[in-house]
Design a protein around this ligand. Structure first.
Ligand code: GLC
Length: 743
């Protein structure tokens, strides 16, 4: 009894119940707890389980997890949400000897109660502030549901759309990807980590997961360290600089060593060079999966390798909880390794205020307030509108007139509900009334004088053409046809890599049949990735890329269709013409035999059966109005190491509508100690222009903007000739030249 009282006093002291404890730094408080912990309890903090949760069912199917929680053998759980459920589990943790609170993690990737456009769609907005707001709403809603930690943002650069997880990221470019990574971290973590409307962010998947060979999920990654630093690490560094509380290592092996136990990545780069103070959680089971990799022979060795390499928390593989105590006792893992990992984990628990009040995120009133907050839906709709990309508008078919007499809405996604949510989203019983379908959005938008006809026409991949007749009939009776085709929400995402990313044949056939009626057609494409749809791109007059836009999808689509929002999206990934062209990306090298044009095939780097350039280039996006670029000027043709130059261009809205243009700045370093890309995005500005208005847009270029990793991995700029390009995408640009002097 006496001992228990003593422990309780020490815990209260550490836990800050003692007045003077409030003055202790978090580091001191962590040390106070660490000193009380047994080795078993320390390893328990490094252990994370999934929460076998069923919406109204018991907390766990087997009693074991509950007992482990009560014995302090669990540091965190994932996939447990809701004030009631997290409170129950936390109450169990408070029955443990030291009452160390649990952390609840969850994949809040693009929304919780309010689903936002998928991250790749958000990236197409190039609107960094709205992307931050999107993550802010997600963080608020998650924190209100008892969640402490989201496993987001996913910041993997990806150049291969066969990889289903491109939908979760920000596309192919490290500059855009870095800005978006930082914005999402700041959105999730809010003003201050520990505020009850904020959740810890988790930069994932560290690292280079998006470069899986063949775009096949979980496949190996093999690249030079130079490429790793130049293209794949920058968004992670941006996330860390934005204050990301945690990182998640990736599944893949990198140059032969699984990221889970890759000490170059975890200790060398992240905790060493970058001085990361948070903690690293493994991906689901990735510690144990190193057996499959052939990197270790059993879970005992897996635990040793991962812990020593710097993986602090084992998600779901049970390697740590079953082996680390022994590994420390026999001297195969130094106790300092465990202490460091636990110190990192406890520090976050203190920063989240969980030691002061383990139930501070379990607040029914706050949960109710965030549950159907109209402001959240308004932000989602703004984000959705900005995510839509206009790929074609030949003949100015768009925007449609509200007084159009009859509109036929045809295709498998016109009335789809949950397919608007994308892969990483939450389903709620009232989804059918909350999610705005295209049909619902358009119905609200048009007046009484407009008749809407509907035909599904075909399935998503089912080859049946039974619905064609009905679709044709609807088209025949309409003045204009709006079609919505593409991928279902489970066709992109984790473990959804595909060797063919073509628009399903039955859908293309339906479009061809409708096209043959001669009616004007708008085709909208729902997808989680770039798809291949060459015939549609070449033959249909108006095309919108509508991704998966979330809860407010139909409203955003209707605003764009009828011109209440002039589309402003720009592609964050290159769209290939064929799978055989992959990887195709804008910041490629010139090679020794660059093709001058599509017909130049004489011993050059080209395909004999396909042009080199993508169907739609990185940065591409049209508007209902037109923007012209002129008068590109540099403040000087010479840039010295201690100076900067200013590039200016005049952008004119030459069309009939007000609109927003994303003015993009690219550079090319003509000669380097390693070859340099033909384009590198180095800046962009979003400018709103009323019809007829012109603005001068300026960019400042400093030598630091021209740095790259040389073959010694030194991050330097090199004197020489540069080209500078400004335009509305990576292909159609105005050019200027400058010389970077050595001194
Ligand atoms: C998944 C994903 C990861 C996610 C984790 C928890 O396998 O790879 O992104 O955060 O497991 O659900």
């Amino acid at each position: 009894m006496k001992q228990a009282a003593c422990i309780l006093f020490l815990v209260m002291l550490a836990g800050g119940l003692n007045v003077s404890a409030q003055k202790k730094t978090i580091a001191q408080r962590v040390d106070s707890v660490l000193r009380l912990m047994t080795l078993e309890e320390k390893v328990g903090q490094m252990n994370q389980y999934n929460g076998d949760w069923e919406a109204t069912g018991p907390i766990t199917k087997d009693g074991d997890k509950q007992n482990q929680i009560r014995r302090g053998m669990l540091g965190s759980m994932l996939n447990v949400t809701g004030v009631e459920h997290t409170r129950q589990l936390q109450q169990m943790a408070m029955q443990s000897r030291l009452k160390i609170p649990l952390l609840f993690g969850q994949d809040i990737i693009h929304g919780y109660r309010t689903t936002f456009p998928i991250p790749l769609a958000e990236a197409a907005s190039w609107d960094i502030e709205t992307i931050r707001q999107s993550a802010r709403v997600a963080g608020k809603e998650a924190a209100a549901a008892g969640v402490h930690w989201t496993f987001a943002p996913m910041v993997d650069i990806a150049r291969d759309p066969r990889w289903g997880r491109v939908m979760e990221g920000a596309g192919e470019d490290p500059y855009l990807g870095s800005l978006i990574a930082a914005a999402r971290v700041k959105g999730f973590q809010g003003r201050h980590l520990g505020d009850t409307d904020a959740v810890m962010a988790c930069a994932k998947h560290f690292a280079a997961y998006g470069a899986a060979i063949g775009g096949r999920d979980y496949n190996s990654v093999d690249m030079s360290l130079r490429s790793l630093w130049e293209y794949y690490l920058p968004p992670f560094k941006a996330a860390l600089d934005a204050g990301a509380a945690t990182f998640m290592n990736s599944f893949n092996d990198l140059n032969g060593i699984p990221a889970t136990a890759n000490s170059y990545l975890l200790r060398g780069v992240l905790k060493g060079k970058w001085k990361f103070k948070g903690f690293v959680v493994s991906d689901w089971g990735s510690v144990g999966e190193m057996i499959n990799h052939g990197y270790v022979k059993d879970n005992y060795e897996a635990a040793r390798a991962a812990a020593i390499a710097g993986c602090d928390m084992d998600m779901e593989s049970r390697s740590y909880i079953k082996n680390l105590v022994t590994l420390v006792k026999v001297g195969k893992v130094p106790l300092t390794v465990v202490d460091e990992a636990v110190r990192r984990i406890l520090t976050k628990k203190f920063e989240m205020g969980l030691f002061d009040d383990p139930f501070r995120y379990c607040n029914d009133a706050r949960a109710a307030k965030e549950w159907d907050n109209p402001a959240n839906l308004a932000t989602a709709k703004k984000m959705a509108e900005k995510s839509i990309v206009l790929l074609k508008n030949a003949g100015g078919l768009l925007p449609l007139s509200r007084t159009t007499k009859t509109i036929a809405l045809i295709g498998p996604f016109i009335k789809a509900v949950r397919d608007n949510l994308g892969f990483w989203s939450y389903e709620w019983p009232d989804d059918s009334s909350r999610i705005v379908t295209t049909w619902a959005g358009v119905s609200k938008k048009v007046g009484d004088g407009t008749t809407l006809l509907y035909a599904r026409g075909c399935g998503v991949t089912d080859s049946s053409r039974a619905g064609f007749a009905g679709a044709l009939a609807a088209a025949q009776n309409a003045d204009v046809v709006v079609m919505q085709v593409g991928e279902a929400r489970d066709m992109s995402g984790e473990a959804k890599s595909r060797s063919s990313i073509r628009l399903p044949a039955v859908q293309e056939d339906l479009i061809k049949a409708i096209q043959a009626t001669g009616k004007p057609i708008v085709v909208m494409i729902n997808a989680g990735r770039p798809l291949i749809f060459n015939w549609v791109a070449d033959n249909v007059g108006a095309i919108l890329y509508t991704w998966w836009l979330g809860t407010t999808a139909g409203d955003a689509i209707a605003d764009v269709l009828f011109g209440d929002y002039n589309p402003s999206g720009h592609l964050p990934m290159s769209f290939p013409r064929a799978e055989g062209q992959i990887p195709v990306y804008y910041n490629h090298f010139s090679t020794g035999r660059p093709a001058k044009n599509d017909s130049d095939l004489y011993y050059v780097s080209a395909y004999t059966d396909l042009p080199n350039d993508p169907k739609f280039p990185f940065g591409f996006g049209l508007s209902y109005t037109n923007f012209s670029y002129s008068d590109i000027r540099l403040s000087s043709a010479v840039l010295r190491p201690d100076q900067s130059i200013t590039a200016t261009v005049t952008v004119t809205n030459t069309g009939k509508m007000d609109g927003e243009e994303t003015v993009q700045l690219y550079i090319r370093d003509l000669v380097g100690s390693v070859v340099r890309p033909v384009r590198e995005l180095k800046g962009f500005q979003q400018v709103s222009l009323r019809r007829g208005e012109k603005k001068t847009v300026s960019f400042t270029i400093k030598p630091d903007d021209l740095r790259f990793y040389n073959d010694k991995l030194e991050y330097k700029f090199e004197p020489g000739d540069f080209r500078l390009y400004i335009g509305g995408n990576s292909r159609d640009v105005r050019e200027a030249a400058f010389l970077l002097k050595a001194d």
